[in-house]
Design a protein around this ligand. Sequence first.
Ligand SMILES: Nc1ncnc2c1ncn2[C@@H]1O[C@H](COP(=O)(O)OP(=O)(O)OP(=O)(O)O)[C@@H](O)[C@H]1O
Ligand SMILES: [Zn+2]
Length: 466
Amino acid sequence: MAIKFYNTLTRQKDEFHPIEEGKVKMYVCGPTVYNYIHIGNARPAIVFDTVRRYLQFRGYEVKYVSNFTDVDDKLIRAANELGEDVPTIAERFIQAYFEDVGALGVQKADVHPRVMENMDIIIEFIEALIEKGYAYESDGDVYFRTRKFKDYGKLSHQPIEELRLGARIEVGEKKQDPLDFALWKAAKEGEIYWESPWGKGRPGWHIECSAMAKKYLGETIDIHAGGQDLTFPHHENEIAQTEALTGKTFANYWLHNGYIQIDNEKMSKSLGNFVLVHDILKQIDPQVLRFFMLSVHYRNPINFSQELLNSAKSGLERLRTAYENLLHRKESSTGLTNNDEQWLAIIQELHARFIEEMDDDINTANAISVLFDLAKQANIYLREPQTSPKVIDAFLHEFETLTNVLGIKLQKENELLDEEIEALIEKRIEARKNRDFALADQIRDQLKEMNIILEDTPQGTRWKRM
Ligand SMILES: Nc1ncnc2c1ncn2[C@@H]1O[C@H](COP(=O)(O)OP(=O)(O)OP(=O)(O)O)[C@@H](O)[C@H]1O
Ligand SMILES: [Zn+2]
């Protein structure tokens, strides 16, 4: 069975077939780095990280590229307000982004290209569009000739005539047609700028993704993704720029995530109704936030509320408890029992169901229900008078594999399990018996780093967590 993705371009679930067998080229529009990200911005990072993990789990080699918009109007405004320069602000919030999404289990992209580092290819791209007649210079700006690109509107499914009704030319504008959009903007007095064939200026927002996707992934890519608000005009413009230049399809599958909302309104910086990831992670376990995001299908909106967070917390706790009980029982499991095969078959069936749900447009909400069923079956199994290490291992392995696809960790970070601590203490006692005091001290230090304190008493070694 093939994976299916709901494709914004075709407005249906399409079977996924990559351009090159076994390989996936994926581009996800990244953040504009002028502030800390809010939990709405964290959604695309988490859901497309999950898409990437799932593709890898299904055997694909994925090349994942996600940009940073490190020059634009918002950054220039922030620089003016803070009295700092644009590169300093961008660098600070790029690092903050890595910290925030890293805590949420988002893996780094293979490449995180930045606009400032790719100015040469952006300028070349614009020059090539001018040469082909798709763009024109006007008083230091460069605009894309939207109407010349016949497929304009195909992603957002809007006929160009309708767009024209909404657009107007303002007095003093340099565009020839209200539908045209900027590829290059002349610098105003005091603004950061780069030299170009059209004078000092900076690129418009849309051109960076076309230029960087082409540089790092090639002319046609498999998957292009981002938040739903990027469909129009950002992605529509990306398509126009790239396809006008190459004459080839830009991306075969377009994936868009729904909004995180507050009181049924999109969480956004401009509305001021946002919660920063940076702040909320001081109060809640990042794994709970990730679990919360994945408990709803990525295309659907999520209303951010304490109740939903609480329910994510207790859901994750349920999985963790089952997993830990399995770990505890592992030691005391005897040998093979006569219903092992039956239990292995149950686990196998749940594995297949998980794949079926994820194949269906990455339905993480249903995939999580499968995990709950796995926990339920594990709990039933643990009530058996005799358990077999083979079945326990199969359950544990299944938990680890499937939660890893979702980027969820069942074991708390840096937290040693009781039996791991006991094992290290045993090893230390053994070392001391052998008068290997260096090893004994090393084990004590190792435990101390994990906040485990040892106390040697006449009755033996006791330990406690700090
Ligand atoms: N409330 C939200 N829910 C889900 N995704 C969102 C939400 N707000 C923004 N995004 C997505 O976050 C990503 C980063 O976008 P960007 O840094 O441009 O944020 P932004 O659009 O400036 O945020 P805002 O809308 O708050 O001004 C984009 O893919 C965007 O679609
Ligand atoms: Zn983009």
